[in-house]
Design a protein around this ligand. Structure first.
Ligand code: SAM
Length: 339
């Protein structure tokens, strides 16, 4: 993981800003691209999306049907990501940068190298993940979390399993502290993702000030430092909030989930907007593996277009894309349920 980049020399706590009007929940919840170059899925075409579309027209490198099939097979094998035919230009555009960096002039040569050299899988996977996220994205989940935490009356253990560039785990942490006060800092959050570059950004906790402009002033003052000088226009999450979170690289389709198994049982799992990249059998396998890691009565938050109701009897729909872990008689008999 990348070393943590600090704003400390010129940082001040966030005090002098014009009072923001809290945007409507949907505006706050709307996905906004984070300041790293892997984001494309935005309703307004981003520069990257436009260049990906343009890549379809003008290509520097030969990219055959066979090459695209190889990429699809390899990213499915490595990360469980199912790429549709519609992603062809996106794949070209993102991997073309890798070919340039390596001085290769042919996709076939790049893919041969990838299959020979296991260390290339990290940049390959980082290039093909989509990291779109935002602070308080799908904002209706956070009051549910706050009420759940208040009712529990003890520190929580939370896993955010597709944390991307960190806006989601920091939103979780802010929710706990804002609801519970100082005792909120005792909760622990495991923030994992397959993408090491995204996790580097998450761990640094430095964001464009634009990305937090919809947050209320009190929340900004409590949890962020404003950058000065070279860091003008940026904010950094303060150390106390960041101290609640452990960042770990974890692949949801890997055979072992070491960090999650070490920290479990969890009270809450955030698994939002990542299952959409997986096919149904992969989703079902992951859900089955979540179950013993989540306490009975614990909550799982899913993304807006993810529906697991028909897939498992271990999670009961409790609210809009919020599931509750329920006891399973057969698993209990085997002693597999964590309570
Ligand atoms: C669209 S982002 C969602 C971020 C955040 N959960 C949210 O809802 O705002 C999807 C994230 O899933 C991660 N991801 C994709 N495949 C993964 C895998 N096999 N294991 C873990 N994370 C994965 C990507 O790297 C990316 O950061």
């Amino acid at each position: 993981m990348n070393a943590r980049k600090g704003l400390s020399p010129g940082a001040t706590s966030v005090t002098s800003r014009t009072a923001p009007t809290r945007e409507t929940p949907s505006a706050i919840g709307a996905a906004r691209p984070s300041p790293q170059p892997g984001n494309i899925a935005h309703p307004v075409p981003t520069r990257q999306a436009l260049s990906e579309a343009a890549a379809g027209a003008v290509r520097d490198f030969r990219f055959t049907d066979h090459d695209f099939e190889r990429v699809r097979r390899l990213i499915y094998r490595e990360a469980g990501i199912s790429l549709s035919e519609a992603k062809r230009d996106m794949v070209y555009s993102r991997l073309a940068r890798r070919l340039r960096a390596l001085g290769l002039d042919d996709f076939g040569a790049y893919l041969d190298r990838l299959e020979r050299d296991a260390s290339e899988f990290e940049p390959f996977t980082n290039a093909l993940t989509t990291n779109l996220t935002a602070f308080f994205r799908e904002s209706h989940h956070f009051p549910v979390l706050a009420d759940y935490a208040a009712a529990l009356r003890r520190p929580l253990s939370i896993w955010c399993c597709a944390a991307s560039t960190g806006e989601e785990p920091y939103s979780i942490a802010m929710t706990l502290v804002d609801k519970l006060g100082d005792s909120g800092y005792q909760s622990r959050i495991l923030a994992s993702d397959i993408d090491t570059a995204a996790l580097g950004t998450a761990s640094a906790g430095v964001y464009a000030a634009d990305g937090v402009k919809a947050l209320p002033t009190a929340q900004l003052q409590r949890h962020f430092l404003r950058g000065r000088g070279a860091h003008d226009g940026q904010v950094r999450v303060n150390d106390r909030l960041r101290g609640m979170i452990e960042f770990e690289q974890m692949n949801l389709v890997a055979e072992r989930w070491q960090a999650a198994s070490r920290v479990a049982p969890f009270d809450v799992i955030f698994c939002r907007n990542v299952m959409i990249y997986f096919d149904k059998p992969t989703q079902a396998r992951i859900l089955a593996r979540f179950a013993p890691l989540l306490r009975v009565g614990g909550l799982m938050f899913a993304g807006h277009s993810e529906n697991f109701s028909q897939m498992t009897r271990l999670f009961r729909l409790r609210g809009h894309t919020v599931y509750e872990r329920v006891a399973d008689a057969s698993a209990d008999r085997r002693g597999a349920t964590v309570t």
